[in-house]
Design a protein around this ligand. Structure first.
Ligand code: ADP
Ligand code: MG
Length: 699
């Protein structure tokens, strides 16, 4: 699910002055063409982007500390007199230190600056100065490195809470701060309010202008917190409203299909070669209930990789067919669709149910025949890719729509397929486990079922996180397994959103593996820039065991089943989100062989090690997603897009879970009384949602 926030359109102020929020950043005071280019790199193109480029954190340069209470490692503000003059020390040709001793009533502190000879005549011994910088305190000696400074009575660099912005490229914090100040003075408190007045009062929020001002340049941490809450509230609330309204758009008052009570799921369940898990049975009961009532089903089925969602789809389709309807199963790739067809045919062979495959790869003749018998109702279950969305695909009596790995499909595609039936039931399956509390909120437009249990006798995939030094051992390990007849996946690091670079990295790694490491094995590669046909044929070859080692981007992420492959190598694992690592890992461990996932990583930060530890220590996707959220909550950014969670500018789904619950309750209440936000009193909210999401909400 991706939700793209769309720019809030131009706004008129309450005073009737138009603020051009779309104004090109270049024309903001202090910017100009060069800085504009740098700002553009940060995604800041307009005045609106600028004032909503929120600080990463703030430094408290407001509270003066006494020298003797300074702690090692902290950043602090002191107020002190210089003792004597600056002492210059030339260490090397390019390194000159300026040292100055300062004192307050409680002690002395030695300050060091590097290569700043102009400081020499700045400080006067009868003036008190403020210094803000990092403190070191080693065996009683207190020092400060490269502090910012100014006379006691000045308040430019210290004396207040200073915002620190995320990524700035070649812009210094000082410059970006000044530019933001200029932006704020352009809007000058004239931004239009976004939330209704009564909500601001009821929930103790700032008005929009104050919130924007205080988020950048707070008076104190209390006002900052209130500003942050206000903006997070607004961000989460508008998303909730948008989702709920969307849900209402789907839920027309038209009744859906009441599938027959006589069409018993148990008939097919009893014929299966294995026993369903408790979780599968529970989920099927939920679906069965939905199907038998006249309210159209709109259900999300969440289950970890390998938890057995396909069979649930099959059993639901069985019920639909036995009730006299057709079902369609939509998968994101041809291979997956083909795989589904095989397992459907296998299980349904004696049931008299006819399944067919519709993918773009089939011959024209075959396709025509399928379309014909689909229309006449001879085909009961159609399994396919996006190809089933085409206009000429016409069903006789479509009753059930199942989409597999739903984050690959947008809402619009979902509604295209749904419109091919007469209010059919919809089951959306996803292998992205997200914590239930969150799922309830993010998928506000769907009811949720969860398979939280794997079929018995699954071998745990053993996961190891390794650094560069162990490469040789890893390669030996691959060779050993390939010699025993197994196959191996190698997933390349991903470069954010750039298929071009991804492809290049695949080729480099491929060449290294094929030429240098494994010249005697069959190595192949796969990436997003290849034609669908090529990709399919490589995957087919891999499936048939003709490729030993497959180098790939994350395109293999989605549910392919190659039981013979038992090793998953992930290069630069530190660049992936935990949830995605877990998804990738799910490609192995699908057969009888003990499987392994080896995460090659670089870097030694606390958070990287923590993440590697989490993924190595559990195979439970729900635990991993909770952890992922928590770790991302600490400020490190890992693409949420990969996770299926929308990106927020300010809200943090882990820290703000209570706020999220609150806004959801509020949104439910409002939408309950006014399902499509049509009432006069809700116009501001409607406008907020419309402007923010336009038609770009993608779930
Ligand atoms: P996913 O949820 O990832 O789509 P699949 O539906 O592909 O998982 O199921 C993975 C494998 O587990 C399949 O081979 C399927 O036949 C098998 N399977 C599903 N349910 C059970 C069960 N209850 N007991 C044993 N095997 C099962
Ligand atoms: Mg699946």
């Amino acid at each position: 699910m991706t939700i793209m926030f769309y720019k809030i359109a131009n706004k008129y102020s309450k005073r009737g002055i138009m603020i051009d929020l779309e104004k090109n950043i270049q024309y903001i005071k202090g910017v100009g063409p060069n800085r504009a280019t740098l700002l553009n790199k940060l995604g800041i193109n307009t005045l609106k982007d600028l004032i909503t480029y929120f600080p990463r954190e703030h430094e408290d340069r407001g509270k003066v500390k006494e020298i003797n209470e300074l702690m090692h490692g902290e950043e602090a503000l002191i107020c002190a007199y210089p003792v004597g003059r600056i002492n210059e020390l030339r260490i090397r040709k390019n390194l000159m230190l300026c040292k100055l001793i300062v004192r307050d009533e409680t002690g002395t502190c030695q300050i060091t600056w590097y290569n700043q000879p102009y400081l020499k005549n700045v400080f006067k011994s009868n003036v008190r100065y403020k210094f803000y910088g990092r403190v070191s305190r080693v065996s009683g000696r207190i020092e400060m490195q490269s502090p910012v400074y100014e006379p006691e009575d000045s308040n430019k660099n210290t004396g207040k809470i200073i915002p620190i912005y995320p990524l700035t490229y070649n812009l210094s914090q000082n410059v970006i701060r000044k530019i933001i100040e200029a932006g704020l003075s352009e809007v000058n408190g004239d931004l239009e309010e976004v939330l209704p007045q009564y909500m601001l009062e009821k929930y103790n929020l700032y008005n929009y202008n104050t919130a924007i001002k205080q988020i950048h340049f707070p008076d104190n941490f209390e006002t900052f917190n209130k500003a942050r809450t206000t903006l997070a509230f607004e961000e989460l609330f508008s998303m909730q409203l948008a989702l709920l309204r969307l849900k209402n758009k789907y839920e027309t008052n038209k009744p859906g299909i009441k599938f027959s009570k006589e069409a018993k799921m148990s008939d097919v369940i009893n014929s299966l070669p294995f026993k369903l898990t408790k979780a599968q049975l529970r989920v099927l009961e939920e679906i069965d209930n939905d199907m038998e009532t006249s309210k159209p089903m709109n259900r999300l089925l969440q289950g970890d990789v390998g938890s057995g969602k396909t069979i649930v789809a099959l059993i639901s389709a069985y019920k639909a067919v036995k009730s006299g309807y057709q079902a369609v199963i939509m998968a994101p790739t041809a291979i997956l669709a083909t795989q589904h067809l095989e397992s459907f045919n296998d299980i349904l062979k004696d049931s008299g149910i006819r399944c067919e495959l519709l993918i773009s790869g089939i011959t024209k003749k075959k396709k025509e025949a399928i379309l014909e018998s689909l229309k006449s109702g001879e085909i009961d279950i159609l399994i396919g890719t996006h190809a089933v969305l085409e206009e000429n695909v016409i069903f006789n009596k479509l009753g059930l729509v199942v989409t597999d790995e739903q984050h690959r499909f947008g809402v619009r595609q979902r509604s295209t397929i749904v419109e091919k039936g007469n209010n059919p039931d919809v089951l959306v399956m996803t292998a992205t486990p997200i914590p239930r509390t969150l799922a309830l909120i993010l998928y506000g437009d769907l009811d949720i079922s969860i398979i939280d249990e794997l079929p018995p006798n699954r071998k745990k995939i053993e996961t190891y996180a390794v650094t560069k030094g162990l490469e040789q051992r890893v390669n030996n390990f691959i060779a050993k397994n390939v010699n025993e007849g197994r196959q191996c996946y190698v997933v390349c690091p991903l470069v954010e959103e750039n298929e071009e670079i991804n492809a290049k990295s695949v080729m480099e790694i491929y060449e290294n593996y094929q030429k240098n490491i494994f010249p005697n094995y069959k190595v192949e590669y796969l990436h997003g820039k290849m034609k669908q046909k090529e990709k399919d044929s490589i995957m087919e070859e891999f499936k048939n065991g003709n490729i030993d080692i497959l180098i790939s981007t994350t395109v293999i992420e989605v549910g392919v089943n190659v039981p013979n492959s038992n090793i998953m190598i992930i290069e630069n694992a530190e660049r992936f989100g935990l949830a995605q690592l877990h998804q990738l890992r799910g490609r192995v461990g699908r057969g009888e062989y003990q499987s392994y996932c080896i995460l090659k990583y670089q870097g030694n930060s606390q958070i990287i090690r923590e993440r590697m530890k989490v993924i190595s220590s559990t195979n439970d996707g729900f635990i991993i997603s909770e952890k992922d959220l928590e770790l991302r909550g600490t400020g490190e950014f890992f693409g949420t897009k990969q996770h299926g969670i929308p990106e927020f500018k300010i809200a943090n789904l882990f820290e703000d879970i209570n706020l999220l619950k609150l806004v959801q309750a509020i949104a439910i209440e409002i939408i309950g009384k006014d399902p499509l936000l049509e009432k006069e009193e809700n116009m501001p909210l409607r406008k907020l949602v419309d402007e923010k999401f336009k038609d770009r909400i993608e779930i």
